[in-house]
Design a protein around this ligand. Structure first.
Ligand code: COA
Length: 322
């Protein structure tokens, strides 16, 4: 069986930037609190007419260019997102039609901030069993659409963006292992209360907002990130010393630092983009990956660890040779 190898990466960010200073004018917060409690300095926010599909399309095109793969060569597209343009048609099909990959399988995967890791774990299996040859995996979000910009405990955290990778079979290098987890008993700690079947809470405006008990999420996220990292090293017989880069979900710099310390990964081997992007949910890992690939830090043959954690809770990890 072949490995599924990442042969191209891409990302996209909206032009509009929301800084901590901007937020100081909107809610009772300050730059010092946001930077020291989260590590975030700015985040990108879509304009009124921009949607998740726009960001996903741009990231996809850039990943395909980097991979040297034509859209018509794709046989599967999976998009991790919790902020799709529509309930259906799914975001995968919107991207598929825009880039001209019509006919291949296309679907989106809803696992909150772990959406990209789940999509990657699924895509990788299609390649391993020989069912797919060229797969596009995307994480794309417009979290600003369900962020309450009067709630200082959440609005400082989230940003919009997209990241994408193209996978292809490779005999030598690729994804060594993915491990996915979920525990639905934590559903009330981080959730979006509206849905087609349950209806919308605020019928007047048709708007609803993300709800989060931040410090509880923080506690479980740190614990499970550490456990997931230890599990994947044990499952592959590798050790943190062999790692070149840790590319974690960018939710809070303090979470990243606590996990890196406990797992035994020095911070100079951690890709940190949270200061620029905030928490972009399913987009965060592929966005950080693309930044570090394009600035030359991540090189072919290096060993990488991805981890993400989000509402549900859902979480997961991937260990790979890039
Ligand atoms: N500016 C200023 N003060 C703020 C604030 C803000 N933006 N947000 C909260 N505070 C205040 C609180 O009101 C509280 O004040 P009090 O002590 O007077 O009651 C104080 O800061 C501490 O609040 P707390 O929620 O305990 O802070 P924290 O250190 O846990 O940091 C988060 C809050 C949200 C940054 C942190 O819990 C976190 O990042 N959690 C994980 C979130 C996450 O990862 N979510 C996504 C998972 S994918």
């Amino acid at each position: 069986m072949s490995y599924a190898r990442i042969i191209g990466t891409g990302s996209a960010l909206p032009d509009r930037v929301l800084t901590n200073a901007d937020l100081e004018r909107m809610v009772d917060t300050n730059d010092e609190w946001i930077r020291t409690r989260t590590g975030i300095e700015r985040r990108h926010i879509v304009s009124e007419n921009e949607t998740t599909a726009d960001l996903a399309e741009t990231a996809a095109r850039r990943a395909l260019d980097a991979a040297g793969v034509r859209p018509e060569e794709l046989d599967l597209i999976i998009v991790g997102t919790t902020t799709p343009d529509y309930i259906f048609p799914n975001l995968g099909t919107l991207v598929q039609d825009r880039i001209g990959a019509n006919g291949c399988a296309a679907v989106s995967c809803e696992a909150a901030c772990a959406g990209f890791l789940y999509a990657l774990g699924i895509a990788e299996k299609f390649i391993r069993v020989g069912e797919s040859e060229r797969v596009l995996v995307i994480g794309a979000e417009t979290l600003s659409r369900f962020t309450d910009y009067t709630d200082r405990s959440t609005c400082v955290l989230f940003g919009d963006g997209a990241g994408a990778v193209v996978l292809a079979p490779d005999e030598k290098h690729g994804i060594l292992r993915t491990q996915l987890y979920a525990d639905g008993k934590y559903r009330d700690l981080l959730y979006f209360p509206s849905g087609v079947s349950r209806g919308f809470n605020d019928l007047k405006s048709g708007k609803d907002f993300v709800k989060m008990q931040g410090n509880e999420v923080f506690r479980v996220a740190v614990r499970e990130f550490i456990r997931a990292a230890k599990n994947i090293f044990a499952a592959t017989g590798m050790s943190p010393d062999e790692l070149d880069w840790f590319v974690p979900h960018q939710a809070n710099l303090r979470i990243i630092e606590a996990v890196a310390k406990r797992v035994g990964i020095p911070m100079d081997k951690v890709v940190v983009t949270i200061q620029e992007h905030g928490n972009t949910s399913a987009a965060s890992v592929p966005l950080a990956l693309d930044v570090a690939v394009r600035d030359g830090r991540i090189k072919p043959g290096q060993t990488l660890l991805f981890e993400a954690f989000g509402g549900g809770f859902t979480w997961g990890s991937a260990l790979l040779r890039y």
